[in-house]
Design a binder for this molecule. Structure first.
Ligand code: FRU
Length: 498
């Protein structure tokens, strides 16, 4: 194990999960059970770069304080344990629980190693837990679903209860085909093929980590639609890894999308027209929790990008998860769209630190207080071409992460060129762009969460989000409001979180 280095340890997030001293990538098996949220994750128990993939495990009762638990499902000489999901098998349909008990059943991808008879393939396997998710046993009949394919992975399983019946459904990817394959089962062990979705919209990289869930539109339980999310690497709107979503209908067999822009294989000229879970460069492999009560849909993404994932300057741990997000559906001009917000639990207890209402010309610095902050900021366009906010900066403006709005171009830009340490990979120093529109009153409002190594920006009432890693000097906590080429109105509310 690497010794803890104080400077690098300073990037450890206050409100995001990161492993104690090992590598982490995709969130896996997110499940809520008896008051506890379980976060499993792609983990290298033996180091802090991608490898020896196993399922790490952390638990939380409040979505803020995560306790790392012993490794849940460990790789062995025959297989690595790639991404997947967990369901509560309430009726013990699998028969894996003792009579009258409800086991937790994990569906994961066996990435077979040379020592396995299945070497060179990826197939879906089962493990189960009888103690609420702490210890796991692999099913003797694994794999339960194979296509003898080298790139068939990331099973997300849910219970379908609808007009077509009541059964388990699995969404998994055939990654190189840009395809999400759906299967059904009565017992989580025997699977029957249902249908394929894709290619559609973004196809600039392999498809990974799908999810499929039903949500009410604008909270109306009488009017629901289905959301299919699929992650893609590379080919994201600002380079590298990113997640896209489709909204439509699932009839128990087939998902049909209402929001497809382009069918089949595409060049990337339409990227800005597709629907992205996040426009930033560090929100990948996002999936949702199962078994959360009251119809709530909570998601977590891995806050990193395969372009530079193994090189980010943290130690002994590497990679944090995103904040937990609530997601729901709304309609914009008759089109269904996913909306996201930081789960309220994450910011509960934050202390309001300051409030400023200013008309900005040039740049106004605000003492940032602690580096971990929740900001609510609203801009009223006036004569300036560009206006915005710099976080984790310095009073003299030589450092900071710049979030700008260009009303003329309809764009939001997150520029981390001067954010701090960017030298570990040539692709890291960058400016990412997302389309943005003002609210009905003409203003631009944002909720921004800043932690020791990240910025998460939610704009346009949660329709647009941008998540990026930054590695600033720990002492840099100045916030500045700025307007270039004229003036802009700005109102800022700021909470110290930690
Ligand atoms: C996505 C991914 C998955 C795979 C896992 C391996 O980041 O490539 O497709 O299951 O990571 O760690």
């Amino acid at each position: 194990m690497n010794p803890a280095t104080p400077t690098l340890e300073a990037y450890r997030p206050a409100r995001h999960f990161a492993a104690r001293d090992t590598w982490l990538n995709d969130p896996n098996g997110l499940v809520f059970l008896d008051g506890t949220y379980h976060l499993y994750f792609q983990n290298n128990p033996y180091g802090n770069v991608h490898g020896n993939l196993s399922w790490g495990h952390a638990t939380s009762t409040d979505l803020v304080d995560w306790v790392e638990q012993p490794v849940a499902i460990r790789c062995d000489e025959t297989e690595e344990i790639f991404s997947g999901s967990i369901v509560v098998d309430q009726e013990n349909t699998s028969g894996l629980g003792a009579a009258g008990t409800a086991p937790l059943v994990a569906l994961y991808t066996s990435a077979y190693r040379p020592a396995s008879e299945h070497q060179g393939t990826q197939a879906q396997s089962v493990a189960w837990s009888a103690d609420g998710g702490y210890t796991w046993t692999k099913y003797a009949g694994n794999p339960v679903l194979t296509r003898n394919s080298p790139e068939f992975r990331d099973p997300k399983v849910f219970r379908y209860e609808g007009p077509a019946g009541s059964y388990w459904v699995m969404a998994a990817v055939e990654a190189l085909d840009f395809a999400v394959l759906l299967y059904r089962s009565d017992n989580l062990l025997d699977w029957t093929y249902l249908s394929t979705f894709g290619p559609a919209n973004g196809t600039g990289g392999v498809w990974e980590c799908p999810d499929l869930f039903e949500l009410p539109v604008d909270g109306n339980p009488e009017r629901t639609k289905w959301v299919l999310t699929v992650n893609m690497n590379p080919g994201g709107p600002n380079g590298g890894s990113a997640g896209q979503y489709f909204v439509g209908h699932f009839d128990g067999t087939r998902f049909s999308s209402e929001t497809t822009v382009t069918e089949g294989l595409q060049d990337d000229s339409r990227l800005a027209d597709y629907h992205w879970l996040d426009w930033g460069r560090d929100y990948y492999a996002a999936v949702s929790f199962s078994n959360v009560p009251a119809g709530r849909r909570l998601m977590i993404g891995w806050m990193n990008n395969w372009q530079y994932a193994n090189r980010i300057p943290t130690a002994p741990w590497r990679s944090p998860m995103s904040l937990v997000r609530d997601v729901w559906l709304t309609e914009i001009a008759g089109q269904p769209r996913l909306v996201q917000a930081i789960a309220p639990e994450v910011t509960a207890g934050a202390v309001a630190a300051a409030r400023t209402e200013v008309a900005v010309a040039g740049s106004v610095a605000v003492d940032g207080g602690t580096p971990v902050q929740l900001l609510h900021v609203t801009f009223t366009p006036e004569s300036a071409d560009v206006f915005g906010i710099v976080v984790r900066g310095t009073a003299d403006g030589t450092a900071g992460t710049r979030i700008s709005i260009r009303p003329g171009a309809g764009s939001l830009v997150l520029d981390r060129t001067l954010s701090g340490d960017t030298g570990f990979d040539p692709s890291f120093a960058s400016a990412s762009t997302a389309p943005i529109l003002p609210g009905p009153d003409g203003t631009y409002s944002f909720r921004i969460f800043v932690d020791h190594c990240s910025v998460e920006v939610f704009g346009q009432d949660g329709l647009v989000s941008m998540t990026e890693l930054i590695f600033p000097d720990p002492a840099h906590s100045t916030i500045s409001l700025f307007a270039d080429g004229g003036t802009a109105g700005a109102s800022l509310q700021l909470w110290d979180v930690a």
